[in-house]
Every structure is written in structure tokens, then in C-alpha cells.
Design a protein around this ligand. Structure first.
Ligand code: SAH
Ligand code: SF4
Length: 366
């Protein structure tokens, strides 16, 4: 039996259990089949209906006529000399987004995207210069995890000894501007009948969309990272323009109230090191003062440059001196090692050519 699942039909990936039941019911499959299909998708990782061997041939056929479970197209897949892998995935409308897998001794972290591009315009971020933006659907967000698991050969979902242990929402886009799809995707990723990722091993990074921070804590209870980058409103207004709407005091109040924040589970504050902009001793002291009454981890990120970037990375000495002040205040090894630089996979370097793509498509249509 050959089933072509690449047709333009709705995907079963990214539906919650109730939606999956309804979709199967619409083609005459009983409710209990939803759990079977769910396990095929997220425990066994099948990407076509043929593999669903506890369904009859006729059932597989009818599913394949009406739905797809196919993966997005892997447009490019690169391997860095340090073992980091980067994929550019192409979705069904031709839009593209990147994801990165970072293997380390004790863990393997998948950095996924939540949007194509980003509507925000942080001045040091390459993604922010990409004009075309759309939200990724829950299907497209979950599919990133499935593609990564295909590549590292981690099916069926192993109970322990996994290579892909952590997920960070630190790729392209502002996840809290696409909260509903991100939340739905993370619920699927955490579901115990499938991928079964622990909420303790999922971290969402935000530039500080205050109203959604509370929701994220209450509904998802995953780890939070805040892109801080400046300790004074005047400078943060410039680097992270959403600060004009949600200034530091309001943002830090939301962090204090984050339900998951405790001594055991700290909020990560990301701070990009920009030469002569935010990297003085005074800034370092102000940073630790700002963190004083928060359950905080500090993560200093050496600025990763990109063509036309208006900043330079602070010198190694400056970063070391800044880190020393932070360490003396009780924060352990706060500097993030850049990974995958040879394949342009490091923080803030992700950008797809979706903008150009769409322009040429518009021209073709015209
Ligand atoms: N939009 C979200 C998540 C994606 S960015 C956010 O801003 O938090 C992930 C992290 O990389 C953020 O802390 C971001 O500020 C940082 N970053 C962006 N551009 C960077 C660059 N060029 N060098 C280093 N870090 C960068
Ligand atoms: Fe968007 Fe985050 Fe980049 Fe700012 S740092 S432009 S919020 S992706």
C-alpha cells in the first residue's frame, strides 16, 4: 500500500487530544483510536499512515485521503565542527524558520522558533531585521521537535538516557506574541503518552511581554528566561524597544510573581555583552543590585555579530571582569559559550530568507 501524505490536506500533528478525536470521528474512526494515533505520532514518531500498524488498511487509507502527518521539508541541514546542528525548515506555504540542536556532555538542547521573523526590533538581533513575519502554528512548532528526533534517531521516545533532553524557545520570534500556539505545542510535547518532555526542561525566553508572562507561569509552568540586556530604562528602551511599553519595574514585578520562580527554579536573565554600550563595571554592579530580591540566574551572552550589525562584542577581558563582579555577588559561571558559530547558529543569528521569497512570490503573482 502506498500512501501519499504530502497532499494539501489538514495535518493531524499539532492537534490536542480532543481535536484529534474530532478529526478522526469526522472520517468514521472511534474515539479510542485517537490515543493510538497520538502514540504513533509522538511516541513512535511515524511520519506516514502506513506505519500505524494497529489500524486496518482501510482506516489508514481513509486517514491518508483526508489528512497528513508528514514532516516539513528540510531545506538545509548543517553540522558545525563543535557538533551543533542547524536546520532550516520549509513549511507548506514556503515560509522558513530555523532550529538548532546543541549537544553537551550532560544534555542536548533543542532551540526552536516560534515565529517566522519577529515583529520586535531589538537593535542587536538579526531576526529583528527580517521584515516578513508570521506566527508558526502549533503543528509547525511541534514538527521542529519531531524533525530533530528523526535526525538523532530517538524513536520510540526513550524513558531515559535521551540525547534531546531540553527545549529552549530561543530561536526566531517572540514566543509570547504567539502564546496560544506555543502553549498548545508545549502541552503536546509534555504529554506523557508521547514525547513526554518534562516542564522542568523547557525554557521560554521573552523580551518581556508582561501580560503573557503571568499566563505562561499559570498555564504551562515552564522555566522562564528574560532578555534583559540593560539595567536602565533609557538604554533598554533603545536595545529592547518593547521596554517602552513594559519598563523594567513592571517587568521585574512580573518576574517576582512568576509562579514557578523559587530558589530551586530560578529565572534566567540574559544579558548580551555589547562593547561600550552595557558592559561597564557600573552596569555589572547595577545588574546584581537589580537581581537582589529575585530568584535569578544571570547568563552573559557574548554578542554574536551578523552582517551590518551596529555593535561589537565586548572584549574577552571586559567580559571576564564583568563576569567576576557577577560571580562575586554569588552567581555561578555566568558566561554562555557560543556554539555553532561556523554555521551561523549562535544566539540572535537566525534569519531566514522568507522576506525575499515572499517578495518574489508577490512579483510572480503580479
Ligand atoms: N524573542 C525572544 C527569544 C529569541 S532570542 C527573546 O528575545 O527573548 C534568544 C536570545 O538571544 C535572547 O536573549 C536575545 O536577546 C538573544 N540575542 C539576540 N540577538 C543576539 C545576538 N546577536 N548575540 C547574542 N545574543 C542575541
Ligand atoms: Fe525578537 Fe527576541 Fe530578536 Fe528581540 S531579541 S527582535 S524579541 S527575536
Amino acid at each position: 500500500m502506498h500512501i501519499d501524505s504530502a497532499k494539501d490536506v489538514p495535518s493531524l500533528v499539532g492537534l490536542d487530544m480532543d481535536e484529534l478525536k474530532a478529526a478522526l470521528a469526522s472520517v468514521g474512526l472511534e474515539g479510542y483510536r485517537a490515543k493510538q494515533v497520538w502514540q504513533w505520532l509522538y511516541h513512535h514518531g511515524v511520519s506516514d499512515f502506513e506505519g500505524m500498524s494497529n489500524l486496518s488498511k482501510a482506516q489508514r487509507q481513509v486517514l491518508a485521503e483526508h489528512f497528513t502527518v508528514a514532516r516539513p521539508v528540510i531545506h538545509t541541514h548543517q553540522l558545525s565542527e563543535d557538533g551543533t546542528q542547524k536546520w532550516l525548515l520549509e513549511y507548506r506555504d514556503g515560509n522558513k524558520a530555523e532550529m538548532v540542536f546543541i549537544p553537551e556532555k550532560e544534555r542536548g538542547t533543542l532551540c526552536i522558533s516560534s515565529q517566522v521573523g519577529c515583529t520586535l526590533t531589538c537593535t542587536f538581533c538579526h531576526t529583528g531585521t527580517q521584515r516578513l513575519v508570521r506566527n508558526l502554528t502549533a503543528e509547525e512548532i511541534v514538527a521542529q521537535v519531531l524533525v530533530a528526533r528523526d535526525a538523532i534517531g530517538e524513536w520510540p521516545s526513550p524513558p531515559d538516557g535521551r540525547l534531546l533532553t531540553n527545549i529552549v524557545l530561543m530561536g526566531m520570534g517572540e514566543p509570547l506574541y504567539n502564546y496560544d500556539n506555543v502553549a498548545k505545542a508545549m502541552q503536546i510535547v509534555m504529554h506523557s503518552d508521547g514525547l513526554n518532555m518534562s516542564r522542568r526542561r523547557i525554557t521560554l525566553s521573552t523580551s518581556g511581554i508582561v501580560p503573557e508572562i503571568e499566563r505562561c507561569g499559570r498555564e504551562l509552568d515552564i522555566n522562564l528566561a528574560i532578555s534583559l540586556h540593560a539595567v536602565r530604562d533609557e538604554l533598554r528602551d533603545e536595545l529592547v524597544p518593547i521596554n517602552r511599553k513594559y519598563p523594567l519595574s513592571v517587568l521585574l514585578d512580573a518576574c517576582r510573581d512568576y509562579p514557578a520562580s523559587s530558589d530551586m527554579r530560578r529565572i534566567t536573565f540574559e544579558y548580551v555583552m555589547l562593547k561600550g554600550v552595557n558592559d561597564s563595571d557600573e552596569d555589572a554592579h547595577a545588574l546584581v543590585a537589580l537581581m537582589r530580591h529575585l530568584p535569578a540566574k544571570i547568563n552573559l551572552i557574548p554578542f554574536n555579530s551578523w552582517p551590518g550589525a551596529p555593535y561589537e562584542c565586548s572584549s574577552n577581558n571586559r567580559i571576564r571582569q564583568f563576569a567576576r563582579i557577577v560571580e562575586n555577588a554569588g552567581y555561578a559561571s555566568p558566561v554562555r559559550t557560543p556554539r555553532g558559530q561556523d554555521i551561523f547558529a549562535a544566539c540572535g543569528q537566525l534569519k531566514s530568507d522568507s522576506e525575499r521569497q515572499s517578495k518574489s512570490r508577490l512579483q510572480n503573482q503580479a
